[in-house]
Design a protein around this ligand. Structure first.
Ligand SMILES: *Cc1c(COP(=O)(O)O)cnc(C)c1O
Length: 250
């Protein structure tokens, strides 16, 4: 696929936001969603790499998402992304296959699916269309990046901010067995999805092989709320943007 030049990408985003500035919502945690994408646009029959591409950015205001803790179901039958596949990329083809298992989970009373990988000792991958994070024994734990896990910017930012706030962070595989033990021993105190739209999507229940495991109620000073608040403060200019994450459009 052709890669759009960096200046067209950046200038395109800036011009679109400047044009649609009146659509930027003012409320806390609301945002103007920006979705750049590229698709093959060559008019031709056949399965081959296209010689023409179109780069588009669409936008629209979105409300605060996942304000209430959600219930997720551990999925061990269907997969989101395969070893050697395209799960690491935000590639359209990754999402179609997720609808059916997600619908099934909804019919069973869950909001989202917790994807796993591997058959003998399944490990946790992602939560719906977000990266997944746990607090186990007071450490922030998240699965390591691989070809089946999307390298989310929110995951990366939250890992950095947690470290700066003095939390120990670990990027390592989390098996289902470890999760079960962590619930049984009371070691796990938080679970949440991490992604641009919601920043943090708190999880209240994890359904594993027919058993629902509950997380404690989240208070304002828990890890996920502290790092979420810090990231939002940086976004809205309440705290110094020491990492130069913001791109200001005047
Ligand atoms: C978009 C997405 C994420 C989160 O990525 P961000 O860059 O933080 O928005 C995680 N996993 C999947 C599968 C995604 O599509």
């Amino acid at each position: 696929m052709a890669v759009p030049p960096a200046d067209i990408f950046k200038d395109g985003l800036a011009q679109l936001v400047a044009t649609d500035r009146d659509w930027v919502p003012k409320g806390e945690s609301q945002s103007l969603y920006l979705r750049p994408f590229v698709y093959a646009s060559e008019a031709r029959f056949g399965v081959k790499v296209s010689e023409q591409y179109r780069f588009i950015i669409f936008t629209g205001p979105v409300p605060a998402l996942y304000t209430h803790p959600i219930r997720v179901k551990v999925e061990t039958e269907y997969i989101r992304a395969a070893r050697g596949g395209t799960g690491f990329a935000k590639c359209g083809g990754n999402y179609g296959g997720a609808f059916y298992p997600t619908q099934k989970a909804r019919a069973e009373g869950y909001d989202q699916v917790l994807w796993t990988r591997g058959e003998t000792a399944p490990t946790i991958e992602e939560s719906g269309m977000m990266n997944i994070m746990f607090v186990i024994k007071d450490k922030l734990v998240t699965p390591p990046l691989s070809d089946s896990i999307l390298d989310g910017v929110t995951r990366d930012s939250l890992l950095q901010l947690a470290g700066e706030l003095g939390y120990v962070t670990e990027e390592r595989p989390v098996t289902l067995q470890e999760l079960k033990t962590a619930f049984e021993k009371g070691w796990i105190t938080e679970a949440f999805g991490a992604g641009t739209a919601a920043v943090v999507a708190p999880i209240r229940t994890i359904g594993m092989q027919g058993v629902d495991y509950s997380l404690p109620v989240y208070h304002s000073h828990c890890l996920q709320n502290r790092i979420k608040q810090k990231l939002e403060n940086i976004r809205i200019g309440k705290e110094a943007d020491n990492h130069q994450w913001n791109y200001i459009i005047d």
